[in-house]
Write a protein that binds this ligand. Structure first.
Ligand code: NCD
Length: 317
């Protein structure tokens, strides 16, 4: 469907394309699970769909889930992975610019997953790359594959139609919420933006969303909206993006999801792209509401779907 294309922003996707990725992820989920011999349901089936293909992970910022789930997705489909996991150990430390690194690495692989601290880095990298670039986070910009796994999680909960979701936390610097909000506007979701005053969703994004027909409501207090939402999407304050540490200290610890709060809406689903720091009480982890660990697992089938589409392998596993 979009073979050989770069994946830079959720704004580049139509609803039909997103729906296609989600249904493809459902087909491939069986290959995402660890092998469980003796399970008559055929869990953990093996696949060679991406045999002979090589993925390069280029991470200029820390990552656990994104890098590992891309690697797992590739390997479980029979492909291989090369990694730049630390800029200190590569020629980046010698002063090589991103364009030269991309020109070089694109000759060694079939697809590049790039995470970089500068907004726009992936789009720039794409202009130098003959192989697809997947944006795995560009500063405070976008993180489109995270959005696809977030949508997959919501779909698996049966909540995608008529969704009422609260995006909570650092809406200014958080790339996951920027990407997600744009994609949700295609689904005509009702969006509640809940953040400290200093971390509100940028005006430009809000006006784009309204133009796209999304219903947007803003608040600084989770209690005000918790009864209205069926999903709370909680995010970490992006400490590393604050130009002034004093500004960070002013907002640190200003919101927290607790079991007491959840009692206000027993059925609410709690998601988080992770890592979480102190914005969700650890007691919440064990509740029936928490979905964030399931959400991290869904990174594997969704990234399998993306890779198989980009690499032109759209037949079954
Ligand atoms: C997020 C990111 O890197 O934007 N992590 C992730 O990929 N799951 C969220 C964050 O760092 O807060």
């Amino acid at each position: 469907m979009f073979t050989k294309r770069h994946i830079i922003s959720t704004r580049d996707f139509s609803k039909e394309e997103i729906d296609y990725v989600l249904s493809r992820a459902e087909e491939l989920e069986i290959y995402a699970r660890a092998e469980e011999p003796g399970d008559g349901k055929g869990r953990g089936r093996k696949s060679d769909l991406l045999k002979g293909k090589i993925l390069a992970n280029l991470f200029y910022e820390p990552s656990t889930r994104t890098r590992f789930s891309f690697e797992t997705a590739m390997k479980r489909l029979g492909g291989e992975v090369i990694n730049l996991s630390s800029t200190e150990a590569s020629s980046v430390a010698k002063g090589e610019n991103l364009a030269d690194t991309i020109r070089t690495v694109s000759g060694y692989c079939d697809v590049i997953v790039l995470r970089h601290p500068h907004e726009g880095a992936s789009r720039m990298a794409a202009s130098f790359s003959p192989v697809p670039i997947i944006n795995a986070g560009d500063g405070a910009g976008q993180h489109p594959t995270q959005t696809l796994l977030d949508l997959y999680t919501i779909k698996r909960e049966g909540l995608l139609d008529g969704l009422r979701i609260a995006l909570i936390g650092d809406l200014k610097y958080g790339r996951t919420v920027h990407s997600l909000a744009y994609a949700l506007s295609l689904y005509k979701a009702t969006l509640f933006f809940v953040s400290p005053e200093a971390l509100r969703m940028p005006d430009e994004i809000k006006s784009d969303l309204k133009e796209a027909g999304a219903e947007v409501l803003e608040s600084t207090d989770i209690k005000e909206i918790i009864k209205e939402a069926n999903v709370l999407y909680v995010t970490r304050i992006q400490k590393e993006r604050f130009p002034d540490p004093a500004e960070y200290r002013k907002v640190a610890g200003t919101y927290r999801i607790t079991t007491d709060l959840i009692e206000e809406n027993e059925d609410v689903i709690i998601m988080h792209p992770l890592p979480k720091v102190d914005e969700i009480d650890v007691e919440v982890d064990g509740t029936k509401n928490a979905r964030y660990f399931k959400q991290t697992f869904y990174g594997v089938p969704v990234r399998m779907a993306i890779l198989s589409i980009l690499l032109g392998k759209e037949e079954m596993g």
